[in-house]
Every structure is written in structure tokens, then in C-alpha cells.
Design a protein around this ligand. Structure first.
Ligand code: MTE
Length: 316
């Protein structure tokens, strides 16, 4: 079991710098490049941007964190997809300031024994762990993000699913007054997503409540969003208000918008081409050049068995 330590000791960016980047960056050499990277890591972003409060307590680390260098706070919070606010990735952060995240409840129900509506503060008291995951968007960019959250399984277990439940349906808050791009974004709202129940209770699947030890910034899906690291980013639905267990495959926003381009499963798969572009490589934000995309986003060992016997070109 990971030891419990205070958030302030582990997750600010300077600590990341010490732990992962500072020495590698060769600051002592005093080169221009080193100075630039020191500046980059020490001055978290858009320094005027509002900084969310720290999470009270966070357990360190989790599966698949080894060897991954996280993107900076600035990169993670200024290059976002959140169509309710804007279809421009660089515009989301400012527009999402309008999102009201208190009070906030998450209704969990459907095919369960004990349906319950959780207050967000109750969910923030679930054991919070830091998990450094690769995150890959469908448009061929990727990041490494130090999410903080808890396994979705914990929430699902607490409402006691019926034996007949097979899928989990998720829904984002819909507030057309504040979500001003919602009439022109070209997709229907509220944003909805779905997972098979076995995917939902997989240990890699988390409900994230923060990143870098702080509460989730609005643009990244405050106050609580899904993270499914072996699937394309659009499965990781933001600002969730409803989670329903069901026996039917639930509708998903991008599949409804363009079924030939976006399947229900959307597992990261370099062998399945998107009709308009290859999915074989990706650009890690902050890097020059492309790197090859890994099957299941690098989590083959953990998740491939969920799909044994399935034709993943058909069920893309
Ligand atoms: N959730 C909602 N409600 N609305 C969205 O537009 N975009 C998705 C996903 N979740 C989206 C969403 C897409 S396409 C991606 S790549 C990720 O959020 C981006 O998450 P990030 O901005 O935290 O990197």
C-alpha cells in the first residue's frame, strides 16, 4: 500500500521538477535551454489564472506511473477540449471560468440496489490517489497527466449493482446559459458517454477530482470527471452529474454525431485508421515531432484481456 503523505509535500510542480525534470534538465550547466526549462517549470501557468485549492489528502502513485514525465500545469490547463464552452482548445480555459461547481451532486442509480445522490464534498472524501497516466486525444495529441482521483469501482460497489447491469452511462452537467458554445459546437448536449461495466470497474478507470494535487480546474472537467487511460480522450467525460447502470449499450456523444468515425469502444489502436487521418502516431504536447502510438495507449498488459476474442477493427 502506498504511504499516506500530505499533498503539499508531493504534488506541486516544483516538486515534480525536483523529482523528475530538474536534474535531467541540467540546470547547473547554466545554458539558455536549462534556464528556459527552469522558467517553464517554476512559473506555473498563466500566472494570472485562478489556482484551485489543494485537495486535503492524496495518496501517492498508482499503476503505470513509472518513467512518465508529466506535462506542465500550464500545458494541461491551457489546451483543452470542452465543447460546451468552446471548440477552440486555447479558448476553453477562460470560458470555463463561468462553470459553477458548488453546489454539485452526482446521481448514481439505474440497475442498482442502493441508488444514491452524492454531494461532491462527500466524493472528495473518498481516498484520493495520485495516478500519472498517459492521456491521448483522438486528434493525435497526447499528454502525461498527474491525475488525482479514486477508482470508479469504489463508487459503483457502494450502490450495489444488480446482476443484470452490463453498462455504465455518464452525463455531463448541461447549463446552456453558462455553456455558451453549446448551440454552435456541432454536437448534442448534454454530453454523454458510456463504458461496459467490466471496463468501468477496471482498476485503471478513475473518477478524477484534481491534478497536480489541486482540485480539478474547470477547463479539465471540475469538479469530477472520468479518466479511462487506454481509450481516446473523448471517453473521459467531464463535469459529471449522473452515472446510471444499465443493461443496454448507452448512447455516446461522438458516436451519435459521427458513427463511422467514433465507435463505442474507442480503445487507442494504431491499427484502426480514423476515416480522416491515421491514428498510428501522436504528438506529445511540449515535444517536437511525433512518437508512435501504443496499442491501448501503452496499457496492453493491464486491459487487453477485457477484449479477448473481439474483433477490434469491428468494435473500434
Ligand atoms: N467532456 C465534455 N463534457 N465535453 C467535451 O467537449 N471533450 C472530450 C473529453 N471530455 C469533452 C469532454 C475530449 S475530446 C477530450 S480529448 C478530453 O475531454 C480532453 O480533456 P482535457 O481538456 O482535460 O485534456
Amino acid at each position: 500500500m502506498p504511504e499516506k503523505i500530505k499533498t503539499s509535500e508531493i504534488t506541486d510542480e516544483a516538486t515534480y521538477l525536483n523529482r523528475r525534470n530538474f536534474i535531467k534538465a541540467g540546470i547547473a550547466a547554466g545554458s539558455l535551454a536549462a534556464t528556459t526549462s527552469a522558467f517553464r517549470f517554476f512559473s506555473p501557468a498563466g500566472s494570472n489564472a485562478p489556482q484551485p485549492p489543494e485537495l486535503a489528502e492524496v495518496k501517492r502513485s498508482g499503476p503505470s506511473s513509472d518513467g512518465l514525465t508529466p506535462n506542465t500545469w500550464e500545458e494541461i490547463t491551457n489546451y483543452n477540449n470542452y465543447y460546451e464552452f468552446s471548440t477552440s482548445k486555447s479558448a476553453v480555459a477562460a470560458k470555463a471560468e463561468a462553470l459553477v461547481t458548488r453546489p454539485w451532486t452526482v446521481e448514481v442509480g439505474g440497475m442498482v440496489q442502493k441508488p444514491k445522490t452524492f454531494d461532491i464534498d462527500e466524493l472528495l472524501k473518498f481516498d484520493q490517489e495520485e495516478r500519472i497516466y498517459r492521456f491521448r486525444c483522438v486528434e493525435a495529441w497526447s499528454m502525461v497527466i498527474p491525475w488525482v482521483g479514486f477508482p470508479l469501482k469504489k463508487l459503483i460497489d457502494s450502490v450495489e449493482p444488480l446482476g443484470s447491469a452490463r453498462y455504465v452511462a455518464f452525463q455531463t452537467k448541461y447549463d446552456p446559459i453558462r455553456m455558451q458554445s453549446s448551440f454552435s459546437a456541432g454536437i448534442d448536449f448534454p454530453y454523454v458517454e458510456g463504458l461496459r461495466l467490466d471496463e468501468a470497474i477496471h482498476p485503471l478507470t478513475i473518477l478524477a477530482t484534481g491534478l497536480y494535487g489541486k482540485q480539478m480546474p474547470n477547463q479539465n472537467g471540475a469538479p469530477i470527471r472520468l479518466v479511462v487511460p487506454w481509450k481516446y480522450g473523448f471517453k473521459s467525460i467531464k463535469s459529471i452529474v449522473k452515472i446510471m447502470l444499465t443493461d443496454r449499450e448507452p448512447p455516446t456523444t461522438w458516436n451519435q454525431a459521427s458513427p463511422e468515425e467514433y465507435g463505442f469502444y474507442s480503445n487507442v489502436n494504431p491499427d484502426v485508421k480514423h476515416p480522416r487521418w491515421s491514428q498510428a502516431s501522436e504528438r506529445r504536447i511540449g515535444e517536437i515531432g511525433m512518437r508512435p502510438t501504443m496499442p491501448f495507449n501503452g496499457y496492453v498488459d493491464e486491459v487487453a484481456s477485457l477484449y479477448s476474442g473481439m474483433d477490434l477493427k469491428k468494435y473500434f
